[in-house]
Design a protein around this ligand. Sequence first.
Ligand code: ADP
Length: 370
Amino acid sequence: MRLLPKLLLAFLVIIGSGAVVVAGTAWLLAPVAFGEHLGVMARHLGPDPRLAEDLFAGFRRAVNLSVLVAVGASVLVALAVAVFVARRIVEPVEAMGAAAQRIAAGRYGERVPVASQDELGELAKQFNRMAEALQRLERLRKDLVADVAHELRTPLAGLSGYLEGLLDGVLEASPEVLGRMQREVHRLQRLVEDLQELSRVEAGQVKVQPVPTILREVVEGVVARLRPQGEEKGIQLAVEVPPDLPAVLADPDRVAQVLANLLGNALQYTPPGGRVDVRAWRVGREVVVAVQDTGIGIPREHLPFVFERFYRVDRSRSRRAGGAGIGLTIARSLVELHGGKIWADSPGPGRGSTFTFTLPVADGPAGTGG
Ligand code: ADP
């Protein structure tokens, strides 16, 4: 049974019971009161009983008529009110039902009007908020699929070209050709690994376990790991973390991951002979960590976007280097999971870049960083 008839029925039950009570009261009590009054009047009217009976019958008719008219009028008024109220409830509910159906069919732009300030209005607002969230997720999903397809196409086209050349005998299976093929395979592998990590981070599956951590140990661990890469390129790598820096409340593995990404980028985008500095200092309740390089820099207009998924300043250069533009997106998520912020600065192309992030200061005693 639909809502409108149900509501109408409820109203009719209320009206009906009201009418029964009114009529019952009138028919039971009024004659008693009138009879008493008639007894008093009989003294003035004389002994003729027909006169009293006549009066009584007239009174009954009057009472019946008034009760009928009153009940009829109130039924009509109540019906009108019931229809009005029921409509105001039923119409928005029906509109939301229809919109939900269209959203389920893939039309994410659907919204419902917010017609009142009551619970129904609030429901409509929440419904619209939900539709917006769904629309945003759908857009992200579409973008992701398009981006991934785009990223896969390039190395696959490369590999397929080499294979064709080998099969046709145009290319020889020389170590150089095989090496180039291997690089394309590595690029695919890295892309898949990065995507996996990104999806885990974005799905909230990556949990950080913040413990009091000595940042210096984490920084030194990462720098030691990447130092050979810097030496190979002739880049000087320096660390400046004061020994009295307070412990941070952070997951040492995740902080190492962020640092490795920033340092890796700095080494990648800095030409031989350059310099990379890792510094940390305290500002209030936070520790600030900065990775500064003397590399190719980032044009001002690109700065706000470098943390976005698949964003690369120079697509061809970064692709040659094997980057998919995911590392900084993961780094930002990890820093934010710690309650920190991350940002990029650069005076311009060719003048180096600085990537900075913050971590909260720990209150308790510090453990050892990993
Ligand atoms: P990628 O894997 O391509 O390096 P990231 O998300 O780590 O992806 O970086 C995104 C883009 O930001 C890079 O492609 C590059 O254009 C730019 N970038 C990152 N770090 C630096 C840096 N230290 N110097 C100059 N450009 C950088």
